[in-house]
Design a protein around this ligand. Structure first.
Ligand code: COA
Length: 214
């Protein structure tokens, strides 16, 4: 079983055509605050009401966790390097080789396939470089867009956790979706030529290390 060394823990920058996944920076906070203040973004999540202070603290926390290798929440940035979303692993375990996927996108960019490209690229990196065996996601049962995205990326619904999280004061039910490494590999092998091309384009994205970006 390969061990995960420090070098392998560093998430790559993934170029995805119009957008790219890169490490978060302190200067990203205002753009994050702007889209997190849109009620559509948090409606079907347990994300708390955002303030400038809470977002700045969250960015600092995410950057520290990234440096320590305890979680990888990456910025999804547009061609002008403005943050339009987040996609990453909130938590991961090298012992159990699993991770929790999480993402959010500014509504102006919904319906373009950007998040699907980001999730597929992150999965490829997680299953290969991070040696993950399983990736799971917790999704509020009313979050149709997110459920659709997970299914399109090959995730299977495993069950429903009743009142799993408190969303702005109210207990809410969440589905657990998961994808195993073996199924991700199978999907890639079994993908149609068009689907394969999409993945290969995503997965052959230029990679560089965190340090390169700072
Ligand atoms: C969940 C969320 C990221 C999904 O965003 P999205 O843009 O719908 O997701 P995708 O990147 O998969 O885009 C898929 C859509 O783009 C369209 N699309 C356009 N071009 C595409 C392409 N080249 N490839 C794939 N899809 C494409 C698809 O038809 C699909 O539209 P549809 O949903 O109307 O069928 C977004 O709704 C969001 O940020 N929600 C708020 C936060 C949230 O709920 N986070 C998840 C918590 S669990």
């Amino acid at each position: 079983m390969p061990t995960v060394g420090e070098e392998q823990k560093k998430p790559p920058i993934l170029e995805l055509g119009d957008v790219r996944l890169r490490p978060l920076r302190t200067s990203d906070a205002p753009a994050l605050l702007a889209y997190l203040s849109d009620p559509r973004v948090i409606e079907h999540t347990s994300i708390p009401i955002a303030t400038p202070e809470s977002v700045a603290a969250a960015v600092a926390r995410d950057m520290a966790a990234y440096r320590e290798g305890s979680s990888f929440r990456l910025a999804l940035a547009s061609s002008d390097d403005r943050v339009i979303g987040i996609c990453g692993f909130n938590t991961w375990s090298s012992v159990h080789r699993h991770a929790e996927l999480a993402y959010e996108l500014a509504p102006d960019y919904w319906g373009r396939g950007y998040m699907r490209a980001a999730v597929l690229a992150l999965l490829r990196w997680g299953f290969s470089d991070l040696s993950l065996n399983r990736v799971h996601a917790f999704v509020m049962t009313t979050n149709a867009r997110s459920i659709q995205l997970l299914k399109r990326c090959g995730f299977t619904r495993e069950g429903t956790l009743r009142q799993y999280r408190i969303a702005r004061g109210l207990p809410k039910d969440f589905h657990v979706f998961a994808l195993l490494a073996q199924d991700f590999a199978l999907n890639e092998v079994g993908a149609s030529p068009n689907q394969s091309r999409g993945c290969v384009k995503t997965l052959e994205g230029k990679m560089s290390t965190h340090e390169d970006a700072l």
